[in-house]
Design a protein around this ligand. Structure first.
Ligand code: HEM
Length: 463
């Protein structure tokens, strides 16, 4: 078999390609370099090789869990400082806690259990509607900020019956502030490396204090529940009482704490980014906006939204799928080969080398999505076409990750995003603050629109 070297930018001795990657928006840099080097290329940071893959064909190959597994490296490895072997940052089945938590929690995040969380989701979504109604059409809506309040309050209420009450305070709840700072610094630390890190002593001190606060608060929530048990079927009770059928083990308090922090981390920015991009795309595409709102008017009208309505909104469903195709809010995942191997028929990959699966490009593969792959066209995401394409081009739409390490919160996020989008379109007409706004991206662990503002004009009715 003839091997070929993996192409890539040349780089500088010792530091590698650090100057090729914009620290403010690394994903955009990876996309730009993909345009130059093609669907598989490599770069080096320090002495370490990283491989980027960016086509459906390669995505399909690395989705084979017999050959490849998730890697916890870069920013995720830093997030592990705070979330330890919680589901998201665990190395995998080799850590017992991952298996126990995965098996205990899978049914709790299943579609039926999520239906039971509808009322709590509705409660927080109504708070957002009330806020925008109260502020009136002149109010400049900071779209991602308000959606982040919504998603954090929702996951905290559904997971552990805890109210951050983000819409009733101007400042951020100390837990939310600590979590935001912790995530930001985790990203910064990953870019720096150990030696440079030594020059950031004050930042490090605060970083570990923030982690302490996250754990302390989680411990308090657990102890409060233990002191006042309820029969509520929420995620915290499932973690406290659930028994793993395979091992007979229960989750430890430490692991429950780590997973509570995990759900808050993994469960808010991604969904808030999805909602923000969805409104951006709707406002930029008036015909899609009209169809979405017409669907809401026909299916729900002036009635209060119920959980049954949500399965009758195919256009909104397609809008959310198409939004995550073009702007996957978790824009990449890290994988590794389990053994030395060859990918794409000719590129050698060493066991353990980080492989970055770049969804932002995989999702625009012209071989799958055609000439108009850059366009926002929800119609391509209706069930029939969506399923046919997934058959013909497996793993061409991966915003929720892969295999057993895929997102456990997918049904939760989907129900929440559908409900909120429907409720907002039902109650308001929206306009962009600056109609000439061109999408800019802010990247932390996830991506979201930057400086995106809109106005909400109350429609005739309120529900
Ligand atoms: C894992 C995306 C919402 C909890 C993942 C992964 C992706 C993802 C791509 C795989 C990460 C990797 O391989 O490193 C998303 C998107 C969401 C979303 C796009 C919203 C639109 C949520 C929500 C929750 C959640 C609402 C919790 C309530 C998790 C957890 C994992 C995970 C715990 C780790 C699962 C494991 O490895 O066992 N998510 N997520 N996510 N997500 Fe989500």
């Amino acid at each position: 078999m003839g091997f070929e070297p993996i192409p890539g930018p040349p780089g500088i001795p010792f530091v590698g390609n650090v100057t090729d990657i914009n620290p403010e928006n690394p994903i955009q840099s990876l996309c730009n370099l993909t345009d130059i080097y093609g669907p598989i290329w490599q770069f080096h940071l320090g002495g370490n090789q990283r491989i980027v893959i960016a086509s459906q064909e390669l995505m399909n190959e690395v989705s084979n869990e017999e050959r490849f597994s998730k890697i916890v490296s870069a920013a995720l490895k830093e997030v592990r400082n705070g979330a330890h072997d919680g589901l998201f940052t665990a190395y995998g089945p080799e850590e017992n806690n991952w298996g126990i938590a995965h098996r205990v929690l899978l049914p709790v995040f299943g579609p039926l259990a999520i239906r039971n969380m509808f009322d709590e989701m509705h409660d927080i979504a109504s708070q957002l509607v009330m806020k925008w109604a109260r502020h009136g059409p002149d109010h400049l809506i900071q779209v991602t900020d308000d959606f982040t309040r919504l998603t954090l309050d929702t996951i905290a209420l559904c997971a552990m019956d805890y109210r951050f009450n983000s819409y009733y305070r101007d400042d951020l709840h100390p837990f939310i502030k600590a979590m935001g700072d912790f995530l930001k610094v985790s990203g910064d630390r990953a870019r720096r490396g150990a030696i440079a890190q030594m020059f950031y002593r004050e930042e490090s001190r605060k970083y570990w204090k923030d982690i302490e606060l996250l754990q302390q608060t989680s411990r308090e929530v657990i102890n409060a529940r233990k002191g006042n048990p309820t029969y509520k079927k929420d995620i915290l009770n499932a973690m406290l009482n659930g028994v793993d059928r395979k091992t007979g083990a229960k989750m430890t308090d430490e692991n429950i704490m780590d997973n509570m922090i995990t759900f808050l981390i993994a469960g808010h920015e991604t969904t808030s980014g999805l909602l923000s991009f969805a409104f951006y795309f709707l406002l930029k595409n008036p015909s899609a906006y009209l169809k979405a709102q017409q669907e809401v008017d026909e299916v729900i009208g002036n009635a209060p939204i119920t959980v049954e309505h949500l399965s009758k909104l195919p256009y909104l469903n397609a809008v959310l799928r198409e939004t995550l195709r073009l702007q996957p809010t978790a824009p990449s995942i890290g994988l590794q080969a389990k053994e030395d191997t060859v990918i794409g028929g000719k590129y050698q990959v060493t066991k353990g080398t980080p492989i970055i699966a770049l969804f932002s490009k995989v999702h625009r593969d012209p071989a799958v999505y055609g000439e108009d792959n850059e366009e926002f066209r929800p119609e391509r995401m209706f069930d029939a076409e969506f399923e046919r394409r997934n058959q013909e081009y497996p793993n061409s739409w991966k915003p929720f990750g892969n295999g057993m390490r895929a997102c456990i919160g997918r049904p939760f996020a989907w129900q929440e995003a559908l409900l909120v989008t429907a409720m907002l379109l039902q109650n308001f007409n929206f306009s962009m603050d600056d109609p000439s706004y061109q999408l800019q991206i802010k990247q932390t662990l996830t991506i979201k629109p930057k400086n995106f503002y809109m106005h909400a004009h109350l429609r005739n009715h309120m529900t």
